[in-house]
Design a protein around this ligand. Structure first.
Ligand code: PGA
Ligand code: ZN
Length: 425
């Protein structure tokens, strides 16, 4: 059973404070987890508790740490680490708010993940096996290789340009193709006269004139690396459109233009026509613009995957609303948007039951914790985005998938193929 829960303040990939939790069982077994943090957060995300005040630009998490070490520690003493649902419910009830704002979603999620890890260690199983059982498969990964929007200081308003290996014989084979394309892209960016500094998620952050130029560079890099665009390497983007939506004019202030929702849709379709290798589009409309998001889905949802992230925030209630409206055909899944392992699994199940695809996601502020890789495999989530194949906090998730593939052996040769959406028990 759980003996003690102990948190501390550590730092994430952007140098901001975050929560790390150790769960100690009575036999001395430990589980540890670190909590990530987003920059382009949805308004309906569970609340990340930050201290405010002068210390660490107001971003300290001493209060969240203290909540773990006092109230949560008391509440979980003597509970079984194997009853994840009960542990999570105890914390939800203890918090007492709909958005985890009292104790902090960062406090609660850290404990939730660390309990899960401790339980896996206690049963001598790797995390993916403890959580996922058998019949596991490796996800198709999406890699953010050009960073814009809130993740970089450049003129591009689309936040993420991602590449994914469509044709691959193993996870390793696909990842090698991605790294080849990434290194070639660096040369393409250099040759065009831009700097090759990196953004928050490890992608290049060149000061390009517009998003179309970014897509052209990806297209050129895929070919220069020796691959066929669309057949071997495909492209996806996350517009994160809430960040260029003007709530007063109800227009989109995009790369120097003021676009109506219809004009924005036409712009996207122009990109799809020009670059048929685009297979997935995330958050094309703002979280304040559900109607136009749904309309766009009705018109183009059979042509590309359309993911919603900021509107629904891994929240089963908001998933239900999106499903009712026919908004998007895929959901992005982020543990810290909802705040517990159990609720995240509930959200994934709801999505799949309703025929929605799911993509697991890191946050732009990450840690060295590889929980995400195991969690993706365990929940049979066919898609994962965890950044570029650069910067350790990103690459460690992919390295963990390489290890898992090796451990799974025969079983690991099963490769999920986007947009798959298998249910699981
Ligand atoms: P975030 O970005 O972690 O900064 O929210 C990821 C995303 O928008 O998908
Ligand atoms: Zn997003």
């Amino acid at each position: 059973v759980i003996d003690a829960v102990k948190a501390r303040e550590v730092f994430d990939s952007r140098g901001n404070p975050t929560v790390e939790v150790d769960v100690v069982l009575t036999d001395g077994i430990r589980g540890r987890a670190e909590v990530p943090s987003g920059a382009s957060t949805g308004a309906n995300e569970a609340v990340e508790l930050r201290d405010g005040g002068d210390r660490l630009q107001g971003k300290g998490v001493a209060k969240a740490v203290n909540n773990v070490n006092t109230e949560i520690n008391d509440a979980l003493h003597d509970e079984s680490p194997f009853n994840q649902a009960k542990v999570d419910q105890i914390m939800i009830d203890l918090d007492g708010t709909p958005n985890k704002s009292r104790l902090g979603a960062n406090a609660i999620l850290g404990v939730s993940m660390a309990v899960c890890r401790a339980a896996a260690v206690e049963t001598y199983q790797p995390l993916y096996r403890y959580l996922g059982g058998t019949d596991l498969e490796l996800p198709q990964t999406f890699h953010n290789v050009i960073n814009g929007g809130e993740h970089a200081d450049n003129g591009i308003d689309i936040q993420e340009f991602l590449i994914t290996a469509v044709e691959r014989t193993s996870f390793r084979d696909g990842f090698e193709k991605i790294t080849n394309t990434y290194h070639t892209l660096k040369t393409v960016v250099e040759k065009a006269g831009y700097t090759t500094g990196l953004g928050d998620e490890g992608g290049f952050a060149p000061d390009l004139n517009n998003s179309e130029e970014a897509l052209q560079m990806l297209h050129d890099a895929i070919i220069a690396a020796g691959y066929v665009p669309g057949k071997e390497i495909a492209i996806a983007f996350d517009a994160a459109a809430s960040y260029f939506y003007n709530t007063e004019t109800k227009q989109y202030d995009f790369e120097g233009k003021h676009l109506s929702p219809v004009e924005l849709g036409e712009y996207y379709v122009g990109l799809l026509d020009k670059f048929p290798e685009i297979v997935s589009v995330e958050d094309p409309y703002s979280e304040d613009d559900w109607e136009n998001f749904a309309t766009f889905t009705k018109e183009y949802g059979n042509r590309v995957q359309i993911i919603t992230d900021d509107n629904v925030c891994t929240n089963p209630k908001l998933f239900a609303k999106a499903i009712r409206m026919g908004m998007a055909n895929a959901f992005l899944i982020k543990l810290n948007q909802i705040g517990t392992v159990t609720e995240t699994i509930t959200a994934i199940r709801l999505a799949r039951k309703n025929g929605y695809a799911t993509m697991m996601s890191h946050r732009s502020g990450e840690t060295g914790d590889t929980f995400l890789a195991d969690f993706t495999v365990a929940t049979k989530t066919a898609q994962l985005k965890s950044g570029a194949p650069a910067r350790s906090e990103r690459v460690e998730k992919y390295n963990q998938l390489l290890r898992i593939e090796e451990e799974l052996g025969e079983e690991g040769t099963r490769l999920a193929h986007f947009p798959d959406s298998v249910d699981y028990d």
